[in-house]
Design a protein around this ligand. Structure first.
Ligand SMILES: CC(C)(COP(=O)([O-])OP(=O)([O-])OC[C@H]1O[C@@H](n2cnc3c(N)ncnc32)[C@H](O)[C@@H]1OP(=O)([O-])[O-])[C@@H](O)C(=O)NCCC(=O)NCCSC(=O)C[C@@](C)(O)CC(=O)[O-]
Length: 365
């Protein structure tokens, strides 16, 4: 019997109580119980990609740390992109990353990649971790993420250099990181569409991805940065990449501007990708893409993957609560329609539960 057939999936016809209970059960089922080829790793990027473009004032460091804590302790996320050692002149919202690193709680089995654009970013991270170890505190992370782009226009706008210059810079960062015992994840932005150059040739995106793998990245995340790609466009990039990489060495990083984020994720997972980047509450945006909305939300990714018979190990109900909480903390509407629906069903189930309790009391009286 297939896992899909064995998995009880929430039906829209179930009442709210049953639906909420079922979602909870599914969310709590561990990754270990799933067949290896049905496991999908969620990289929740909300503390970095989700918050880096927040325009409504600096998000409090304590809020960022609480977001990381809740993602790991309550939602069971096993990979959390926690911050960025980039220039605060370019991305002020990430300026407190050293404080986030110092203050964040860590948990065994969870990885915390930090974005690093250049040698200076890596030196800062290594120095801070060295200071922590000297003070008797265990280091917080053993992973960084480096990033470049598939178009010259985006690369220059994002990192002030050409693609070749960025690759030169990143090769040095990757080799120093490896010497220091850090794993390196890679990103290629605008793999299908660029806000400056339009449609991007999938071979171009694949060529840059290959170079990141060759410099030692264990995985390359393919970014539909502006959220404009269709599934076939993302699959075209994936097909080019699988000429030299296994699908498991690639990740889906989809934004949802045009509403195709989830379709793109599902298409890539069905094609063999086993790592998906997402952000609770659909947090995020892209400063270089007018009207760009956030990352695809963790809640809809986890829900859709569950329905398709995949396991993420993420507690859906907890993710929905965290997505609601962080959006409220930012004074924003919850950007996850799946999250809103899950919370509405939970609220209805609770009300019904209370009502049933009252009815029983009344009937006993
Ligand atoms: C790459 C640079 C630094 C080049 O920026 P630059 O201005 O060319 O760099 P520079 O070397 O001339 O330095 C300028 C100033 O920045 C400082 N500086 C330089 N480096 C650092 C550093 N690491 N940490 C802290 N400070 C730094 C440096 O010390 C100097 O300070 P000053 O002397 O003027 O006081 C800059 O362009 C930058 O930080 N860019 C990052 C932009 C960014 O973070 N974008 C968002 C992340 S990428 C993304 O979101 C896409 C992704 C990953 O999610 C995937 C997807 O969706 O596609």
């Amino acid at each position: 019997m297939s896992l899909l057939a064995r998995t009880r999936l929430p039906s829209p016809l179930l009442n709210a109580t049953a639906h909420a209970r079922l979602l909870g059960q599914q969310g709590r089922r561990g990754l270990a119980s799933a067949a290896p080829d049905r496991r999908v790793k969620i990289v929740d990027v909300s503390p970095r990609d989700g918050l880096q473009n927040e325009r409504g004032g600096m998000v409090a460091t304590a809020t960022k740390i609480e977001l990381i804590r809740r993602l790991q302790d309550e939602a069971g996320v096993r990979c959390i992109e926690a911050g960025a050692f980039v220039s605060p002149k370019w991305v002020p919202q990430m300026g407190d990353t050293p404080d986030v690193l110092a203050g964040m709680p860590t948990r065994a089995g969870v990885t915390y990649p930090f974005l690093v654009p250049n040698a200076k970013g890596l030196e800062t991270l290594l120095r801070l971790q060295g200071d922590m170890e000297a003070a008797g505190t265990a280091k917080k992370t053993d992973e960084i993420a480096i990033f470049t782009a598939a178009s010259e226009g985006f690369c220059r706008a994002n990192t002030n250099c050409s693609i070749d210059e960025s690759l030169d810079r990143l090769a040095g960062v990757a080799s120093k990181a490896a010497e220091a015992g850090l794993r390196v994840r890679g990103y290629v932005s605008v793999v299908a569409h660029c806000p400056y150059e339009g449609r991007v040739d999938p071979r171009r995106a694949a060529d840059v991805s290959r170079k990141l793998l060759e410099m030692g990245c264990y995985e390359v995340s393919l970014g539909d940065t502006v959220g404009a790609a269709s599934p076939s466009e993302m699959l075209a990039v994936l097909n080019e990449c699988t000429r030299f990489a296994r699908p498991e060495q690639l990740a889906a990083h989809c934004h949802d501007t045009m509403g195709s984020g989830l379709s793109n994720v599902l298409a890539m997972v069905k094609a063999g990708v086993r790592t998906v980047d997402s952000a609770v509450g659909g947090l995020g945006g892209c400063p270089y893409s007018p009207g760009a909305t956030g990352n695809i939300d963790t809640e809809s990714v986890v829900y859709a993957l569950q329905r398709e018979g995949y396991e993420t190990g993420v507690d859906l109900e907890a993710a929905a609560k965290i997505g609601q909480w962080i959006n409220e903390a930012l004074g924003k509407a919850n950007g996850s329609s799946a999250g809103r629906a899950i919370l509405a069903r939970l609220a209805m189930a609770q009300t019904k539960g209370k009502g049933e309790g009252n009815d029983q009391r009344e009937s006993r009286l």
